[in-house]
Design a protein around this ligand. Sequence first.
Ligand code: NDP
Length: 451
Amino acid sequence: MKGMDVKLASVISEVLSRNAGEGEFHQAVHEVLGSLTRVIAKNPNYADDALIERICEPERQIIFRVPWIDDKGQVQINRGFRVQFNSALGPYKGGLRFHPSVNLGIIKFLGFEQTFKNALTGMPIGGGKGGSDFNPRGRSNNEIMRFCQSFMTELHRHLGEHTDVPAGDIGVGGREIGYMFGQYKRLTNRYEAGVLTGKGLVYGGSRARTEATGYGATYFVERMLASRGSAIEGRRTVVSGSGNVAIYTIEKITQCGGIVVACSDSNGYVVDESGIDLDLVKEIKEVRRARIAEYVTLKGKGAYYVEQGQGSIWDVPCEIAMPSATQNEVTGKDAQTLVANGVKVVGEGANMPSTPEAVRVFQEAGVLFAPGKAANAGGVATSALEMQQNASRDSWTFEQTEARLAKIMHGIHDLCAETAEEYGAPGDYVLGANIAGFVRVAEAMRALGVI
Ligand code: NDP
């Protein structure tokens, strides 16, 4: 905490002791508060009325039991979470994650990050996040449906289009959102389309929402490169993951002329020097719901697979790296390898995928580094566009929605770049994103009084 404002350092120690054992939450608080010293020096009022302490304390945390019956007739129990972090700018907004690793600390880190990310979009949305330690892997469609229905049976009483509006995240895609929306509608007897986003197009979803996070991250990277007179075209790219964010990052990078040579899942990674065949990845992940290892068998010649533990996807040389799987997937060692292999740009599609050590390595090496809370904000921004369409009972074309997304991402890029410049750290997108997001939330909180 060298060089940090004393007040901020004391808030960090208090957050650490009040939220013992929540490592990811500590990491996220450290990262944001670590950027605020220059803001507090310029505007000491932001430290008044325990504003920083309040920003680190979720407004409400809900933990609940989710009982459901599997296909063998056995009762299963999972734990559900919803952390309603901050509603100064609008209703809580943020995804639901279904993954066995989910715990309160992970949901709090995601909710905290979401608050600043949502502020960066300039849309009227607060921050929240939720999920469950339910593992969807290997579960039948009926099991997924019964789980989603039970999860929503409890969660629905805490939601509403003006209160809290969840969406998808890891393990929660269009199918799960559909089952949860169906159960919400049944329980409330209200067709409240704006209560969930990421819905299917036939019942109130927005065009381009599925693509938005990956496309948005690519737009951010494109703008970063363009502001330095460069472009994505012709650049070798590695994208980790093979879920929603990864798939649409691969799609847009390829459309921009980049060559994506590797992607992964939690079991390992595939390399295809001729460029990843996205139709094949979509078939494996969206239709068969299978493992990425199958890529090699289905593709035939030219591709190879490396199992998790035998190597890291970040060993594959590239100029652009887009971590799009999960938190802390890029270690300090991975970052050193990427730098040694000539990486020029890192665009975080996932939330907090780089460890603090990795971020330091990238920044010291002069790599253009786009932090997740700015680079992956396209998903939630398009969710807000979905809410707009629902409120006006309208439906926009793909082109119209994508054009809005591109404009929003360019705006977020420019805001982060200008803020970093204003605070004496040109090119530091981490500082720019943290300060710009914080100032918007802090201004709204001050206006609303001590609540
Ligand atoms: P998906 O569930 O669609 O895909 C996740 C991908 O990451 C899968 O390939 C999965 O592999 C892999 N993965 C997950 N956990 C791990 C792990 N512990 N180790 C290695 N690989 C892992 O999720 P999304 O694409 O929606 O989300 C990816 C990231 O992007 C998350 O950090 C999420 O918070 C973030 N994000 C998502 C947004 C969205 O709109 N969906 C918006 C903004 C951020 P496997 O199938 O083997 O588990």
